[in-house]
Design a protein around this ligand. Sequence first.
Ligand code: KG4
Ligand code: ZN
Length: 336
Amino acid sequence: MIIMGIESSCDETSVSIVEDSRKILSNIIFSQIDIHKIYGGVVPEIASREHIKAINYVAKQALEEAGKTFNDIELIAVTKGPGLVGALLVGMSFAKGVSAALDIPIIGVNHMEGHICANYLQYKELEPPFISLVVSGGHSYLVDVKSYTDYHVIGRTRDDAAGESFDKVSRALGLGYPGGPAIQKASEKGNSEAIDFPRVMLEKDSYDFSFSGLKTAVLNYLNKEKMAGREINPFDVAASFQASVNDVLVSKSVRLAKEKQRDKFVLSGGVAANRDLRNRLTEELNELGIKVYYPEMSLCTDNAAMIASAGYYNYVKYGADTLKVNVIPNLGLEKE
Ligand code: KG4
Ligand code: ZN
């Protein structure tokens, strides 16, 4: 089955052609990062307008690179949420237009499910069940992935997402947007033990996350040092902050992997690009005999190939949507 994936939930316009669930024929990603950078974060109205300008060209290029035409497409998989409503609507309207005009089945896809499925594109042998840590700019989940379409959410963030905390701390340090790569780079020159930021674990048995206290602790530290007239070492702050986030993510992931006794662990979402997080999870879980998977950089952050893959599995299980399918900006990961 030849699938066209369409992704426009945030600041990447992406169209991909994928064969079945695992073979990428093309994956075109037009990033708006340079446009939003000057504002220090994504401006929703600008994101929607940029998606409108880009989507036709991105789709055309995806078809060309795959050596296909619209007539070859057998399923359109489009992100329906979670994400920015105006941005989501651009991809959804485009998908509906193509579906209606050419009579191609359409399916709305959960963006976070897509992040997990990014791993299937890279690891042809990977099959559920496994535990997944899904960490992006807007969401953080610890999930028991029971099958290709059955997700049991065990932990979630109660306030800021992991990626959001990277973005906010980066902004406070003047390191720019997006924060994750900037903090990672700065951390390499810093001492992760220089400042003792809190590790918020919540209740003893909880798998939930809370990162807003850590962000406040970093802001308070920066203010206090400035008031005292002391010079701030941004590299030490970045490294100590990153160590705090990753300590929490790794310790909860390892505890859950042990409890559920799954032999596979899958890291996904934009924060899965973090080298320290990848290395530490791999080291600690391998010691327990658990195999760790994470996508290559271009499949960690937003892309339409992962949406096509998730679309395939949902289509096989549930069939297509009708043209009444719509965007759901606050869509959760667990199916009702
Ligand atoms: O999945 P994604 O591309 O978009 C959303 O669905 O939100 O994730 C973007 C997030 C941003 O918060 C960005 O700062 C973070 O992923 N990120 C990273 C790294 N690269 C991207 N966080 C930590 N370390 C990185 N290397
Ligand atoms: Zn994402």
